[in-house]
Each structure stands twice: as structure tokens, then as C-alpha cells.
Design a protein around this ligand. Structure first.
Ligand code: ZN
Length: 312
């Protein structure tokens, strides 16, 4: 008897949302000047990206790196076809985001009580209670409303987060008006089989709802988790230029998945991203110069593989 083996079918195209200017820079000790942020976002706008997370509207005392988000939006040279987004924790943040003419407002909350408490100083129920008002403000202004669910694959304080709990919470978020959901592996606790189990369970419960993944690589599983997600048909991912944005609970550990590493792997696999890898590398080098230290990304050190050079 012969066994027929075949490669799993992978998506032919993937959309990458760049989160470096917000999620990356927020975790850097150095605070970039507004001018540098605008230069970086401009460079990223030339790489083929269709969605860039620019900043957040939170209390400046809590996150001083993002204190100038309104100014960044005001001075940004917007390129047609690119969604410039920001994250907000509450109604006040949403009002500031609308005033700044943000294209897509993403409200964030956590899939665990202790993480939500430490991150936004509210219970999950309190965050949920604000959501209808935030959604109304954003939609009435004609903007996109999305929700990012942090620690969806495990919580640094509470450990495992049951998939059923994540799905129940997703249902409430969707009922409260979340247009698109993103599941965040905020501290890099996901692993390939957990990613697949979560995505498949999500798809079974919400067959028509798309899901974006925000994966981290704190324990080195980032790109393996991407492959696992591709195998179950996920086509939307977050990543950060240069891989900046370390794990907030483990100083020195890598955090966000690196945009140019992810793009390099996808292009090697023949998966389209619409991104210009050379332009991404230029942006990563520019960022390295601005920060004054080496970025965690690997492709910037190893270089683009020869056979990809022309088509990168
Ligand atoms: Zn992140």
C-alpha cells in the first residue's frame, strides 16, 4: 500500500499590518523625536504596506513614547491606499483618535483579568462596558472600528487562557460591534498546535469572521506559529519593522515578530505580500540608526538570499 503525501495548501497572499511605530517604539527606552517618527512612517509608507499602526491614545504618563501621537497624525504625509491606525483603551482615547483623523481605531483589552487590570487599570467587564460607546463614536465619524484581544494565547500572570473563554469573549466583542478581531500573543506564549486549535475553533464558531494574528517571538516560536496559522488559512498578520518591541515581561527577550524576517520567509515560500523587501530593509536600517542600537531582526544581519534578490 502506498501512502499519498501532499503539502498542505497555503494562502497565495498575505496582508501584513506594520506595528513598529506603535507597539515597537512603545517598548523602546529611547523616545524618538516626532520628526524621526514621521520619517520612519514615511519610509514605511513606501514599502507597499497597506496598514500602519501609528500610535496610541493613552495617558502620556503611562506611555511617554506615545505622547505625541496627535502631532504625528497631524504632520503625517498620508499615502493613498494606506490605513493609518491607532489603539485606544477607552472613550477619551477614541475621541482623541477621531480628532486626529485616525483611519482605523482599535480598542484593546485582554483575555485575562490580571493583564487587563495591569494594562488598562480596568476589569474586563469595565472594558466591555465602554465598547458600545467607543464603537459608536468611531463609526459615526466614518472610521473603522476594530478590537485587539491581548494575551489570547496565555497570560504571564494567570497562565493558560482557555480557548472556550477566548471564543466566548470574541462573541461578546463581535456583538458589541467589533468589525475585525485581532488575537495577540502579547508575551510570546503561543506554540504552533495551540495556534491551529485556536484558529480552527474560532472558524467553526464564527465561519464568516476574519481573524488577524499578532504573534510574538519571545520564546522563538514566532515564525513557526506563522506557518501553523498559514496552514489553517490565516492571511492577516501583525509584525514590527526591525523586530523592535521587546517582551515587556522579559527584558532582552525578542518580542514582536520582525516584518522583514516574516516577509523574507513568505516570499521564499512564494506567498505574495505586496511588499518590497529591499525597501523594508532600508526602513529597518534607518530605524537602527535612529535608535542607536542593533535591532533584533535577523535578515538585516544575514542579508536577503541571493535567489530572492531580484524579486524581493
Ligand atoms: Zn506586540
Amino acid at each position: 500500500m502506498t501512502t499519498k503525501t501532499s503539502m498542505p495548501t497555503l494562502p497565495s497572499r498575505v496582508i501584513i499590518r506594520e506595528v513598529g511605530p506603535r507597539d515597537g517604539l512603545q517598548n523602546e527606552d529611547a523616545i524618538l523625536s516626532t520628526d524621526d517618527k514621521i520619517r520612519l512612517i514615511y519610509a514605511l509608507s513606501q514599502t507597499g504596506l497597506s496598514h500602519i499602526e501609528v500610535g496610541s491614545f493613552v495617558r502620556p504618563q503611562n506611555v511617554p513614547q506615545m505622547a505625541d501621537t496627535s502631532e504625528v497624525f497631524a504632520r503625517l504625509q498620508r499615502r493613498e491606499g494606506i490605513i493609518y491606525s491607532a489603539i485606544v483603551p477607552n472613550v477619551k482615547g477614541a475621541l482623541r483618535a477621531i480628532e486626529a483623523d485616525v483611519d482605523s481605531v482599535m480598542m484593546f483589552l485582554s483575555a485575562s483579568e490580571s493583564h487587563n487590570q495591569s494594562n488598562v487599570n480596568m476589569s474586563v467587564a469595565q472594558s466591555l462596558s465602554l465598547m458600545p460607546e467607543v464603537a459608536r463614536i468611531v463609526r459615526e465619524a466614518g472610521k473603522w472600528f476594530e478590537v485587539v484581544l491581548s494575551v489570547a494565547f496565555g497570560c504571564p500572570f494567570e497562565g493558560d487562557v482557555p480557548i472556550t473563554y477566548v471564543l466566548d469573549l470574541s462573541e461578546r466583542l463581535l456583538n458589541l460591534g467589533a468589525g475585525q478581531l485581532t488575537f495577540g500573543d502579547t508575551t510570546g506564549m503561543a506554540y504552533p498546535t495551540l495556534v491551529q486549535r485556536t484558529v480552527l475553533a474560532f472558524r467553526e464558531r464564527f465561519p464568516n469572521q476574519s481573524l488577524r494574528l499578532h504573534l510574538h517571538s519571545a520564546r522563538g516560536a514566532g515564525l513557526a506559529n506563522i506557518l501553523a496559522a498559514l496552514q489553517v488559512g490565516v492571511t492577516e498578520f501583525d509584525s514590527s519593522i526591525g523586530g523592535i518591541g521587546g517582551c515587556p515581561f522579559a527584558p532582552g527577550a525578542p518580542g514582536n515578530l520582525c516584518t522583514e524576517d516574516l516577509t523574507h520567509m513568505l516570499h521564499e515560500m512564494g506567498i505574495e505580500t505586496g511588499l518590497d523587501l529591499h525597501a523594508l530593509m532600508d526602513s529597518a536600517r534607518m530605524l537602527e540608526h535612529m535608535l542607536g542600537h542593533v535591532v533584533p531582526g535577523q535578515t538585516i544581519k544575514a542579508g536577503i538570499c541571493k535567489h530572492l534578490e531580484k524579486t524581493a
